[in-house]
Design a protein around this ligand. Sequence first.
Ligand code: MLT
Ligand code: MN
Ligand code: ZN
Length: 298
Amino acid sequence: MLLQVLGTAAGGGLPQWNCACPGCAGARAHPERRRRHASLALRAGEGCWYVVNATPDLGEQIEAGHELWPGPGPRDTPLAGVVLTDAELDHTLGIARLREADGFEILATPPVRTALLDHLRLGDTLAPYTRIEWRELSTKPQPLTAGGTIEIDAVPVSAKRPRYATETGPDDPTWVVALRLRDTTTGRTLLYAPALAAWTEEFQYAAEAADCVIVDGTFWDDDEPVRSGFSTRSATAMGHLPIDGPGGTAHRLAALRARCLYTHLNNTNPLADPHAPQHALLAARGLHVAADRMVIEL
Ligand code: MLT
Ligand code: MN
Ligand code: ZN
């Protein structure tokens, strides 16, 4: 299994256009600290790739590494589709950037699909431009492509909806999911959870079985959003378990055999500064922060 990390920042990116916080100011002063919105490119087969989440940076993310470049025909593209972990804007706004394609697939759970069709009206909006083939992302493993060796299924994470879709339908634990990707030739698995609201028993089971786990690193500690002045809600209340502390993810990840990486860093996270002491605290537990353009081979 071959993956390319396309981005590692939470909504807004690093720097965020309207933010002068120390993290964003640091990224303006030191361009190597810049992070694009969290996303992965996943190789499904020869010349066939999917992106996991379609961010507002998708066009630049495609250009940043040659795997997703078009060719050899003038409009041939290796990008077959998009897999969604949720319906949040930082993970879905990039779908409209793919409208120049003849067509592409979107794998999404039913509530995520409904949010995109009924609230963002992406189906009606994009129909005059391109053909979207919707596929249901479910908790039952399915081949990502016909004849391919990657199997995909969703591990339900939470019923947290995007703010633009708060009033629709009953609660559904597949509003936010983790993705389990398994290479059937090697048996190796990746678990990708850029938004993790709760560490459920089911998630623990999936994490124990995985070879690589890439997890929500939005906030260092639970109080960070309140302390930094941009929210009245704790990290957990915003649907992101913090890294540090008794309810945090670090001690759970440290107990796994998997290679563990954090992604979806908010610009308030001290880890945005590569010299922050928090990096050493993680490293002492065998944990690291994913980097943009990192290649992961499993
Ligand atoms: C999240 O990760 O919680 C969302 O992307 C937040 C947002 O962009 O509103
Ligand atoms: Mn987000
Ligand atoms: Zn900022």
